[in-house]
Design a protein around this ligand. Structure first.
Ligand SMILES: [Zn+2]
Length: 246
């Protein structure tokens, strides 16, 4: 019989997922625990990772559910996502709020635009820390180059560091598919000493219908664009942009 009764992308299934992992004796860890002088107190550890490719609001929602269930996780925000603006007060506030709940907030690096070289990445995190909020010295790659898999860095920790990442002990809800449940269950049954579970907040937000997810993303971007134009160019666009119910 399956460990998980609720193999869906709902709040209930998320809580069930966290509860079952905890009941199997797993401790939720942050990538920087070692940096922070924290030693594991159990033999079984899980790194719960969230790459925020699409929805900071979804990230905040997951962060709250986790905090309510005494779970810490690792969020990675992207500077060049077309789905949200990381350099906005709203997104920075979400990052700070997640940290205040005890979660890690690091950088999601897209090598299509950014270098994967250590000093460049470190410089970016330093800039964010100097200007925006105290981002943790931790990263995940959007689409890692083969050379970055398993690599260790001195100035920050990568989610693909060999200490944390091994494809055999890794499960992910990529593409919003629920096949990860099977892999996770087999790893829990193996009593694997370290599991990395990558869950994308956008699949867990409130819709599983991909068309509705697309509509929500589009609507949010449109609202952000309208807000920006109205705030900065009110005299130009004030009569052009019609708000929601007009
Ligand atoms: Zn990504």
């Amino acid at each position: 019989m399956s460990l998980f009764k609720e193999k869906h992308f709902s709040d209930e299934s998320y809580i069930e997922l966290m509860t079952i992992i905890s009941s199997r004796g797993y401790q939720y860890i942050k990538l920087t625990d070692k940096f922070d002088g924290k030693c594991p107190t159990t033999k079984k550890r899980i790194l719960l990772r969230h790459d925020v490719d699409i929805s900071p609001a979804g990230a905040l929602k997951l962060g709250k559910v986790e905090a309510d269930n005494n779970v810490v996780s690792n969020f990675f925000f992207q500077l060049n996502a077309e789905t949200y603006q990381m350099l906005s007060p709203a997104c920075i506030n979400i990052c700070k709020e997640l940290q205040s709940m005890g979660h890690l907030v690091g950088l999601h690096v897209d090598s299509a635009l950014f270098s994967e070289e250590e000093d460049k990445i470190k410089g970016t995190i330093d800039w964010i820390r100097d200007n925006l909020f105290p981002m943790d010295y931790a990263i995940s790659f959007h689409r890692p180059l083969p050379g970055s898999l398993g690599k260790k860095y001195a100035g920050f920790v990568s989610a693909y560091d060999a200490d944390f990442f091994d494809t055999d002990y890794y499960a992910s809800d990529s593409r919003g598919e629920d096949r990860f449940y099977e892999k996770l269950e087999s790893l829990l049954n193996l009593d694997a000493s370290l599991i990395q579970l990558l869950l994308h907040p956008c699949w867990w937000e409130n819709e599983t219908d991909k068309k509705k997810i697309y509509q929500l993303i589009s609507q949010r971007r449109q609202n952000d664009l309208d807000e920006y134009l109205l705030f900065n160019f009110a005299k130009v666009f004030g009569n052009v942009i019609k708000r929601g119910d007009q």
